[in-house]
Write a protein that binds this ligand. Structure first.
Ligand SMILES: Cc1ncc(COP(=O)(O)O)c(C=O)c1O
Length: 372
């Protein structure tokens, strides 16, 4: 094969050449607690009914380009107020990309608190936007309202992303601080409510209060990660602009039908998310009871925790060897030194995680105390 190097250097934009492709950890055969998925399969009878419903999908035809009936159901099930515009994406990742495509370019910037969700930075990079971060407060990962407002006034960002609750820290920012940022922002503020099913609070009913507020959500975390479906709600004039950058059939026919079916059985997912919220509390208490560990409160379906200094890689590796995959946060941001993140799994999975973590941390904690 001839060497394409010279052409790559001259043709691929420098921002893209400098990027790394998004890496997803190999999870075959492991207890998968790294990606905030809902661990529960569908009840067998529901699955049978779903497969029958999928039989009506005609794969030879393009899907409904507007996904009209699915949108109507999303409005009803998730309480999107009348008069608010709605747009669907192939996951909320695609909606972030659409925002970048419509609003990106030179002299445009994205501002977000950090540590935060990696896709804001990655997509800002390949849509040609400057990416700026304001550190969260060190101790509780709260929004540093003063620093955020200062950055908003100084940088006049085109897009501000606020994940509510935040990933990877799990906390929901102070509401008054969020409102102050929305008021001050000269551009759009995207409230990313990916974890709304576990939070109990939302900005959806506030959309009408501000012309620059967009609320983004996904069905991934409530139990439909494989479908790839996110939605963006906001002023219809904003969404009319973003629609111009949306590919006509971005939500495929199998996803439209499956999501429609799932939302007609929303009680199944509500029950599962209620279990996850309950188990989150149990998991947090168990982590808090381990002397070497600090765990933070969470309003999402995961918990961030800190292990003794320098031990996060050993803990992560030890868990992997025991068949449990969680997320290594150490090394991704200075505020996340010695931190890891675990998704709430089934009670059995949580138990496996806790048993192994306890064993590994006891060993590393003992050696840590000996070396002090
Ligand atoms: C804050 C936040 N926003 C958006 C997403 C992406 O969700 P989706 O699966 O809809 O692309 C995630 C996924 O982890 C997330 O944590």
């Amino acid at each position: 094969m001839s060497d394409p190097d010279a052409r790559i250097r001259s043709l691929v934009r420098p921002q893209v050449r400098e990027m790394q492709a998004y890496h997803v950890a190999e999870a075959g055969g492991l207890i998968k607690l790294d990606a905030m998925e809902n661990p529960y399969p569908w009840p067998p009878a529901l699955r049978e009914k779903w497969l029958r419903a999928l039989g009506a999908v005609r794969p030879n035809r393009y899907p409904d380009p507007e996904a009209g009936s699915l949108k109507a159901l999303i409005r009803e099930v998730f309480g999107i107020p009348d008069g608010v515009g709605l747009m669907l994406g192939n996951g909320s990742d695609e909606l972030i990309q659409l925002l970048g495509l419509a609003l990106g370019g030179a002299d445009r910037s994205v501002l977000t608190p950090a540590p935060g969700f990696a896709m804001y930075r990655i997509i800002a990079g390949f849509t040609g936007m400057d990416y700026r971060e304001v550190p969260l407060r060190r101790d509780d990962f709260g929004l540093d309202a003063e620093a955020m407002l200062e950055a908003v006034r100084r940088d006049r960002p085109t897009i501000i992303y606020l994940a509510y609750p935040n990933n990877p820290t799990g906390n929901a920012f102070d509401r008054a601080a969020v409102e102050a940022v929305i008021r001050e922002a000269p551009g759009v503020v995207v409230l990313d409510e990916a974890y709304h099913a576990f939070c109990g609070e939302s900005f959806v009913d506030d959309i009408g209060r501000w012309p620059n507020l967009l609320v983004m959500r996904t069905v991934s975390k409530m139990g439909l990660a494989g479908l790839r479906l996110g939605y963006l709600a906001g002023h219809p004039d904003w969404l009319a602009q973003l629609e111009k950058c949306r590919l006509p059939y971005n939500v495929n026919a199998l996803t439209q039908e499956s999501a429609r079916f799932a939302l007609e059985h929303i009680e199944v997912f509500e029950e599962q998310t209620a279990c996850i919220r309950r188990d989150r509390e149990a998991l947090q208490s168990a982590l808090a009871a381990m002397p070497a560990i600090r765990v933070w409160d969470s309003r999402a379906n995961f918990l961030a925790f800190r292990v003794p200094p320098g031990k996060a890689p050993a803990v992560h590796r030890g868990l992997l060897e025991a068949g449990v995959l969680i997320k290594q946060l150490h090394g991704s941001h200075p505020l996340l030194e010695d931190c890891l993140r675990v998704t709430v799994g089934t009670p059995q999975e949580n138990e496996r995680f806790l048993e192994n973590l306890g064993r590994i941390v006891d060993a590393v904690h003992a050696s840590w105390r000996r070396t002090r």
